[in-house]
Design a protein around this ligand. Structure first.
Ligand code: ARG
Length: 460
């Protein structure tokens, strides 16, 4: 005999190693709250449709509440021998209410039950995650607002390119995160379908009211196809794809924090609270948090690729393989939920070293484009202007000078179009101020961008 809930068809007990291998309770224990809520909705609906008596349903609903309470106090414990969270809850319910607990699973399978639990869980988890993305956006926006006058080198190829406002650079991440929030909200839409009522795969002969359950649990609608309902994991893939892109953005942000906080850049100093030291080198203050956020991107990508691989080639409908959806999804979720507030904290507390950024700009050629633009404004074709200024740059490099060290005469020797005011174009402030168009780095353009960003955050 086999004492499992499904043991009737078995003559012998399950091997211990099989129990250990197939159990998912260590991973799905966190579904206990949604599992109980979904079961309560199911029980109420069974009574509404006359499948259970109102008294039976009341007993089940109250019993499930009692299970939740006793699990919380530690009086009840989840047992790995009972495989998963669903069988654990049902077993504990029987301890509270007796044999009537056996009526709860009427017209239901663990296949639609686990799918419903995961949909419910992910809807709420994605909402939390979006809120955390919003917090990081807020941190970036406030830091940008507080440092509107700071100019830094902007880079392409990690070579100094053109000066930009530090606020402009920070806000670039605001918009990446805006798209991340949109992608997550989109993934959440697909998690908003209720699978319950699909039963094992084909639906059930009991007159269930699927709409009622969906309504009570706050779902937008029910799945129209029972086979799809129990085997769909697309919504998890969407969450993981959106999560992977988000993790990639966090990684890029953190890479910049690492670079900027190095002595070579020295553009920022991370707060002590977000750094750690070395066990051997007393002088060290390392950006380990930023590094780990960068590194943990790998776990999120891994979860996406892991689940894609699990799903590939699975025949319809439910296969036990699908149990493997949870580990990676929860790990990705936990990783992102930990990383987002840490990133916000690093941004909020970091010290901006405007002097170091200004010093970096003093010794570069990042005003070269503007010197060429000066000639273009006086009728010189851009390609020719580009060459003239390129030659000036080469002169400077050979002589160990900077563009701003050139005299008006030296400029005029290269082109008669250079007037004495050309040198005024070379200051980082002038270069930044020139880029007033929408989306550009001039202060008024960045202020406009800030207002747009703030409005977006407020209506989100
Ligand atoms: N624990 C399983 C999962 O997470 C649900 C149980 C379905 N098991 C089954 N033998 N049909 O997918």
């Amino acid at each position: 005999a086999n004492p499992k809930p499904w043991g009737g068809r078995f003559a012998a007990a399950t091997d211990r190693s099989v129990e250990a291998f197939t159990a998912s309770i260590d991973v799905d224990a966190r579904l206990v709250d949604v599992d109980i809520r979904a079961s309560q909705a199911h029980a109420r609906m069974l009574a509404a449709r006359g499948v259970l008596t109102p008294e039976e349903a009341e007993t089940l609903v109250a019993g499930l509440e009692e299970v939740r309470r006793r699990l919380k106090t530690g009086e009840f414990r989840l047992d790995p021998a009972l495989e998963d969270v669903h069988m654990n809850v049902e077993h504990l319910l029987a301890r509270v209410v007796g044999p009537v607990a056996g009526k709860l699973h009427t017209g239901r399978s663990r296949n639609d039950q686990v799918a419903t639990d995961m949909h419910l869980y992910m809807k709420e988890a994605i909402e939390r995650l979006i809120a955390a993305v919003r917090e990081l956006q807020r941190a970036l926006l406030e830091k940008a607002e507080a440092h509107l006058d700071v100019i830094m080198p902007g880079y392409t190829h990690l070579q100094r390119a053109q000066p930009v406002l530090f606020a402009h650079h920070l806000l670039a991440y605001f918009w990446m995160l805006e798209r991340d929030a949109g992608r997550l909200a989109d993934a959440r839409k697909r998690a908003d379908w209720c699978p319950l009522g699909a039963a094992a795969l084909a639906g059930t002969g009991f007159p269930l009211d699927r709409e009622m359950v969906a309504r009570e649990l706050g779902f937008a609608r029910v799945y129209p196809n029972s086979m799809d309902a129990v085997s769909d994991r697309d919504y998890l893939l969407e969450f993981l794809s959106a999560g992977s892109i988000l993790a990639m953005h966090l990684s890029r942000l953190c890479e910049e924090l690492v670079l900027w906080s190095s002595e070579e850049f020295g553009f920022i100093e991370l707060d002590d609270a977000y750094c750690t030291g070395s066990s051997i080198m007393p002088q060290k203050k390392n950006p380990d948090v930023a590094e780990l956020v960068r590194a943990k991107t790998g776990r999120v990508y891994g979860a996406l690729f892991g689940l894609l691989t699990v799903l590939k080639g699975l025949p319809l409908t439910y296969n036990r393989d699908l149990q493997e959806d949870k580990h990676g999804v929860f790990d990705a979720l936990d990783t992102l939920e930990a990383a987002l507030p840490l990133c916000a904290g690093m941004i909020r507390t970091m010290r901006v070293r405007a002097d170091r950024m200004a010093a970096a700009l003093e010794n570069d050629f990042s005003a070269a484009t503007d010197l060429a633009d000066y000639l273009v404004e006086r009728g010189v074709p851009f390609r020719e202007a580009h060459r003239i200024v390129g030659e000036l740059v080469l002169d400077c490099i050979r002589q160990g000078r900077r563009l701003q060290d050139l005299t008006a005469d030296e400029l005029r020797a290269r082109s008669a179009h250079f007037g004495p005011d050309a040198l005024e174009r070379l200051s980082p402030r002038a270069v930044v101020a020139a880029r007033r168009l929408y989306g550009g780095t001039a202060r008024e353009a960045v202020e406009r961008q800030l207002a747009e960003a703030r409005a977006m955050l407020e209506e989100a």
